[in-house]
Design a protein around this ligand. Structure first.
Ligand code: PXG
Length: 478
C-alpha cells in the first residue's frame, strides 16, 4: 500500500486537515495489534481515528468534534492542548533526554518530582510517604508492589507471608502480576491467571451484592468483613497485603459505602498486613484530592499512581512508599534487585512537574473538591429520574449510572442485548465519549471541565439515554 498520503512531515499536518480515513484504517488493521480489541471486528468496522484534541474535546479523521468525558482513558486531567507540558518535554529533551537511574546515578527532574510527591502525599495516622519508586505505568507499578511487599516480609523474617488479597472486578493492570491482582474473569481466562499467591474477595457493590433491604452502611461493614474472613481462612500469618482501588474505576465506577474503608483499615491493622491503595485513576485530583486515601481515611503503606501524574501526556507511573516499608527496604534490605530502564525518566518527570504546577496554579484539585465535583454529583442525582437509569452516583470527577429494564423492580437487562454498547454507540453518534462497562455507563471528565461544560455534557448524556430508550422500544425490549 502507498503510505505517502498518510505520513506527511509533522509540520505539514494541519489540525483541520482531513485525513484519508479508509487508508489509515486499512494500515491500522494490517499492522497494529490493539489492546483489548477484537481484530476481526476491527477489520470489518474500521477503527475510529482520533487526530487532534483541545481542552475537553477530541476530533476524529472525519472532522467530528467529540466531548471526551473519559479524559482519554481516565488520564488527561489537565485537558488537551496544554502548551506548558509540551514545552517542559521539549526543554528536557534538549537538556537531558535520557539517563538511567541505576548504579548510583540520578537526574534533577526525578529528584524534584520525588520531593514534590512526598510533599503532596498527606500524612495519615502518623504514616508518612517520603519515598517514591518510579515506573512507566500502573501495571508496572503494581508489579513493583508485589516485589516490594514480598521483599518486605522476607526482610522481616516472615517469608511465609506471600498472599496478596484483592477483589473481584478490580483492575490493577495487564502485566502478569497486574492482571492477576485484578479481578476480571475475562483476563484470568487468558494466560492461566492468576499467578500463585493471589486471592480475591467480593467487591463492595451495593446494587449487586447487598441483601434485600440491606442499608448501604450495613452492607459496607459486611463487605469489609469478607476480608477478615478471607484472611482467617488463609491464615493471617500467610497474608502479606490487601490491594484495592479506593473507588473501582474500570470495574464500572463502584463507589463503596462510607462504612467500608474504615472497617477495612481496622481489619488490616488488626492482622498487621500491608494496605496498597491503587490510585492510578483516583489520585491527582480525580476525587478532589491529590491522593484519594486522604478522602476515605485510609492509611495505606503503598500507593500506586500513573495516568494523571502527567495528565497522560507521557507515560509515567510509580509507587509512593510509606515509611513502614521504606525503612525496612532501606535499612535492612541492601540492594533491591528491581527496576526499569525508564524508572525516573527525566522527560516524564519534567512533564509531571509541569503538570502538577499547572494543576496547582489553576486550583484544579480544589475546584473538583468544592465546586465542579459537587455540581457533577447534583447533576447525576437528577439523572436518577430518567426512565432508563437505576442508580447514578458521582464521586469527585468520576461518575457512573446503571441502565435498568424496570426502575420499580430494578430488573436488569439481559447482558446479551448489549444495552451498554447500544448506549455508547448513541454517545459517539451525538459527539460524546462515555464508557460502557456492561450496563454501567461511566465518565471521568478532564478536571478543567467547567460548570457550563458539565451542563453541555449532561444534555448530551440525556439525549443519548433517550435515544437508547427509543431503540429499545422499537426493538420491543421496553
Ligand atoms: N490500576 C488501576 C486502578 C487502573 O485503573 C492500572 C492499574 C494499569 O495502568 P496501566 O498504565 O498499566 O494501564 C489501571 C489502568 C478501562 C481501562 O477500560 C482502565 C485502565 C486501563 C485501560 C483501560 O477503563 N486503567
Amino acid at each position: 500500500m502507498n503510505t505517502s498520503t498518510l505520513i506527511a512531515p509533522p509540520a505539514l499536518v494541519r489540525r483541520a486537515e482531513k485525513h484519508d480515513t479508509k487508508a489509515v484504517q486499512a494500515l491500522d488493521s494490517a499492522h497494529f495489534i490493539h489492546p483489548f480489541t477484537d481484530h476481526g471486528d476491527l477489520a470489518t468496522r474500521g477503527s475510529r481515528v482520533i487526530t487532534h484534541a483541545e481542552n475537553i474535546y477530541v476530533w476524529d479523521s472525519e472532522g467530528h468534534k467529540i466531548l471526551d468525558a473519559m479524559s482519554g482513558l481516565w488520564c488527561v486531567n489537565a485537558g488537551y492542548g496544554r502548551k506548558e507540558l509540551a514545552d517542559a518535554a521539549y526543554q528536557q529533551m534538549m537538556t537531558l533526554p535520557f539517563y538511567n537511574t541505576f548504579f548510583q546515578t540520578t537526574n534533577v527532574p526525578a529528584v524534584q518530582l520525588a520531593t514534590k510527591l512526598a510533599a503532596l502525599a498527606p500524612e495519615v495516622g502518623g504514616r508518612k510517604f517520603e519515598h517514591v519508586f518510579f515506573s512507566s505505568s500502573g501495571s508496572e507499578s503494581n508489579d513493583t508492589n508485589v516485589r516490594m511487599v514480598r521483599r518486605y516480609w522476607d526482610l522481616l523474617g516472615q517469608p511465609q507471608r506471600k498472599v496478596i488479597i484483592s477483589r473481584n472486578n478490580a483492575y490493577h493492570g495487564s502485566t502478569m502480576a497486574g492482571a492477576s491482582l485484578g479481578g476480571m474473569s475475562g483476563m484470568h481466562a487468558q494466560g492461566d491467571l492468576p499467578i500463585p499467591g493471589i486471592e480475591h474477595i467480593e467487591q463492595p457493590y451495593h446494587f449487586e451484592n447487598a441483601l434485600p433491604g440491606e442499608s448501604e452502611a450495613d452492607f459496607g461493614l459486611r463487605a469489609a468483613r469478607w476480608l477478615d474472613e478471607k484472611i482467617l481462612s488463609i491464615g493471617a500469618n500467610k497474608v502479606a497485603a490487601f490491594i484495592a482501588e479506593p473507588v473501582q474505576g474500570a470495574g464500572g465506577v463502584i463507589i463503596p459505602p462510607s462504612t467500608y474503608w474504615p472497617e477495612i483499615q481496622r481489619i488490616v491493622d488488626k492482622h498487621g498486613i500491608l494496605l496498597i491503595s491503587d490510585e492510578v485513576i483516583c489520585a491527582f485530583g480525580r476525587l478532589g484530592h491529590w491522593f484519594a486515601y486522604e478522602k476515605f481515611g485510609m492509611r495505606p503503606d503503598l500507593v500506586t499512581f500513573a495516568k494523571g501524574v502527567t495528565s497522560g501526556y507521557i507515560p509515567l507511573g510509580g509507587v509512593m512508599v510509606g515509611d513502614r516499608v521504606a525503612r525496612v527496604l532501606i535499612d535492612k534490605g541492601g540492594e533491591f534487585n528491581h527496576g526499569y530502564t525508564y524508572s525516573g525518566h527525566p522527560v516524564a518527570c519534567a512533564v509531571a512537574l509541569a503538570n502538577i504546577e499547572l494543576m496547582e496554579r489553576e486550583k484544579l484539585v480544589e475546584r473538583v473538591k468544592d465546586d465542579t465535583g459537587p455540581y457533577l454529583a447534583e447533576c447525576f442525582e437528577e439523572l436518577r429520574h430518567h426512565p432508563l437509569v437505576g442508580t447514578a452516583q458521582a464521586c469527585g470527577f468520576v461518575a457512573g449510572l446503571l441502565l435498568v429494564k424496570n426502575k420499580a423492580t430494578n430488573e436488569q437487562f439481559d447482558p446479551d442485548l448489549g444495552v451498554g454498547m447500544m448506549c455508547r454507540a448513541h454517545c459517539f453518534r451525538h459527539g460524546l465519549i462515555m464508557r460502557a462497562v456492561g450496563e454501567r455507563m461511566i465518565i471521568a471528565p478532564p478536571l478543567v471541565m467547567t460548570r457550563t461544560q458539565i451542563d453541555e455534557m449532561m444534555v448530551l448524556i440525556r439525549t443519548c439515554l433517550d435515544a437508547t430508550v427509543d431503540e429499545l422500544r422499537a426493538a420491543g425490549q421496553l
